[in-house]
Ligand binder design. Structure first.
Ligand code: GDP
Length: 287
């Protein structure tokens, strides 16, 4: 049975209040999305919060996503006049390019300051996204390559610090966190599959079925290759396919009954460990 997705306006309001304070002192927002799910890992409320401020989209975990699909997402966002870069926060790929794009995005604001006769200062960046998209990993990665911490600045909430990334770029050391937007059950399942939301928010059995369905639609043959020794039996339902996989993997209970629950757990674990190879669940242009 489906779990009802809970939408807590209170959570959103609280997150927005906290962010609003930091945003006052930020020139450019780096919105981190999961490259496998750029739609479901976005929270549309962010655009309202940043209120016209320049932003750059970081499609993180691109190492786990289908490269051609992530490239299509970059083109898609750019066709909308938005800046986007694919990155991998764990291995550092794309981060230099991200910083360059953020700097470009902040350039008009810096020019304005100069025209007003205000002494030029570094462009100030802040990283924002829903939980688990890799915000902290990105900050840690940047810190390792950054020159110095520059200490508190007036107007920044106490405890927050700026990291001097380059001579002319500062990054707030604490990310902004937004709750996932969860517009529908499918988004919740996709976020669940990718380990981005708590297990209380989705039903793991349904998540596995969604994972198998996604693989069948987007990567035909992948499931059979891994779990059915390359055989492609006829099947009437995804449950039947799961059962076939359990039989093929020798997951048998008493009287030879297929242990589909164990099989489901194995599939989810395999996916999360990256053993199914790169997978993208959302492509631009789809509903
Ligand atoms: P946050 O909640 O947004 O700060 O997310 P974290 O930085 O804690 O990352 C969540 C998980 O995703 C951690 O297990 C990270 O190791 C992993 N992760 C973050 N970035 C990447 C990436 O680019 N590639 C891969 N494969 N894993 C990543």
């Amino acid at each position: 049975m489906s779990k009802t997705i809970q939408w807590y306006p209170g959570h959103m309001a609280k997150a927005a209040r906290i962010l609003a304070d930091d945003l006052k002192v930020v020139d450019v927002v780096v919105e981190v999305l999961d490259a496998r799910l750029p739609r479901s890992s976005a929270n549309p409320v962010l655009q309202e919060l940043i209120d016209g401020r320049p932003s750059v989209i970081a499609l993180n975990k691109f190492d786990l996503a289908d490269l051609s699909v992530t490239e299509a997402w970059v083109r898609h966002f750019e066709s909308q006049g938005r800046k986007a870069v694919m990155i991998s926060a764990v291995d550092g790929k794309g981060i230099r390019q991200l910083i360059q794009k953020a700097k470009q995005a902040g350039a008009p604001a810096m020019d304005k300051l100069i025209k007003k006769g205000i002494r030029p200062r570094p462009v100030r960046l802040m990283i924002i996204g829903i939980p688990n998209v890799g915000k902290s990993s990105l900050i840690n990665r940047v810190v390792r390559t950054a020159s110095t911490k520059t200490g508190d600045k007036p107007g920044v909430t106490r405890g927050r610090q700026w990291i001097r990334v380059e001579g002319d770029v500062d990054l707030l050391d604490t990310p902004g966190i937004l709750p996932p937007s969860l517009p529908d059950q499918k988004s919740a399942l996709l976020l669940g599959i990718c380990g981005a939301i708590k297990e209380t928010l989705y039903e793991s059995g349904e998540a596995v079925m969604e994972l198998i369905r996604q693989l069948e639609v987007r990567y035909p043959g992948k499931f059979q290759q891994r779990y059915l020794k390359g055989r492609s039996p006829e099947y009437q339902s995804l449950e039947e396919l799961l059962e076939q996989a359990a039989l093929s993997q020798g997951l048998l209970g008493r009287e030879g009954v297929a242990q589909t629950e164990n099989m489901a757990r194995m599939i989810l674990a395999d996916f999360r460990q990256g053993r199914l190879g790169p997978v993208s669940f959302e492509a631009p242009g789809e509903k």
